[in-house]
Design a protein around this ligand. Structure first.
Ligand code: S3P
Length: 172
C-alpha cells in the first residue's frame, strides 16, 4: 500500500532533499522540507538562527512546526532536518504523519557529500570530520529506532533509492 505521506529522516548529507524531491515527483505528491519551511516562516536562514539565537531555539521552531502541520499533511513527501528525531515528541508526531524512512549513509559518504558545504552550522569550525563522527555515533541509534524503514544509501543513485522506497510499486 502506498503511504499518504513519506517522512524522510537522516543525517545531514544523507540525500533527504534530493531523494524526497524525486520520490514526490514519481508519486505526484507535494514535497516539503522542514528547514525550508522554517526559513520561510522566520525570514532568517538556518545558520543565522543558530548563530543569533542558538540551537535550542531552532529545536523549538522545529517542534512547533511539526505540531502546526501534523493534522494537515496529505500526499506529501516531507524531508526533515537532521536533528528532528532528537526529541521524542517530534518522533511521535512524525510517525503519526506517515511512513518514516531513515536514509542511512556511512561516515565516508557523508563527509564526501558535505565537503565544501558551509551551510551546516553544527559542522562549522575546526575538525568537521570529528564532529560528523561524534554526532553520527550519538544519532544513529535514534534514527534507527525512529524509522519504519531503513534504506542504506551508500553507492546508490537517487533513482535506486526511490525505487527501493517504493518497493513493488512501479509508477510510470
Ligand atoms: C541539522 C541539520 C540541518 C539543519 C540544521 C541542523 C542537524 O538539516 O536542520 O543545520 O542537527 O543535523 P539537513 O539535515 O537538511 O542538513
Amino acid at each position: 500500500m502506498l503511504a499518504d505521506n513519506y517522512i524522510l529522516i537522516g543525517f545531514m548529507g544523507s540525500g533527504k532533499s534530493s531523494v524526497g524531491k524525486k520520490l514526490a515527483e514519481k508519486l505526484g505528491y507535494d514535497f516539503k522540507d522542514t528547514d525550508e519551511m522554517i526559513v520561510e516562516s522566520e525570514g532568517v536562514e538556518i545558520d543565522e538562527i543558530f548563530l543569533k539565537y542558538g540551537e535550542e531555539l531552532f529545536r523549538n521552531l522545529e517542534s512547533t512546526l511539526l505540531l502546526s502541520i501534523v493534522g494537515t499533511l496529505k500526499t506529501t513527501v516531507l524531508s526533515t532536518g537532521g536533528g528532528m528525531p532528537l526529541r521524542g515528541q517530534n518522533v511521535n508526531l512524525l510517525r503519526l504523519m506517515g511512513r518514516v524512512i531513515y536514509l542511512q549513509a556511512s561516515m565516508e559518504t557523508i563527509i564526501d557529500r558535505l565537503s565544501g558545504d558551509n551551510t551546516r552550522p553544527l559542522l562549522k569550525g575546526e575538525n568537521p570530520r570529528d564532529k560528523v563522527e561524534k554526532l553520527l555515533a550519538e544519532r544513529t541509534p535514534i534514527y534507527k529506532r525512529s524509522a519504519d524503514t531503513i534504506i542504506d544509501t551508500d553507492g546508490k543513485t537517487i533513482d535506486d533509492i526511490v525505487r527501493e522506497i517504493l518497493g513493488g510499486y512501479n509508477l510510470r
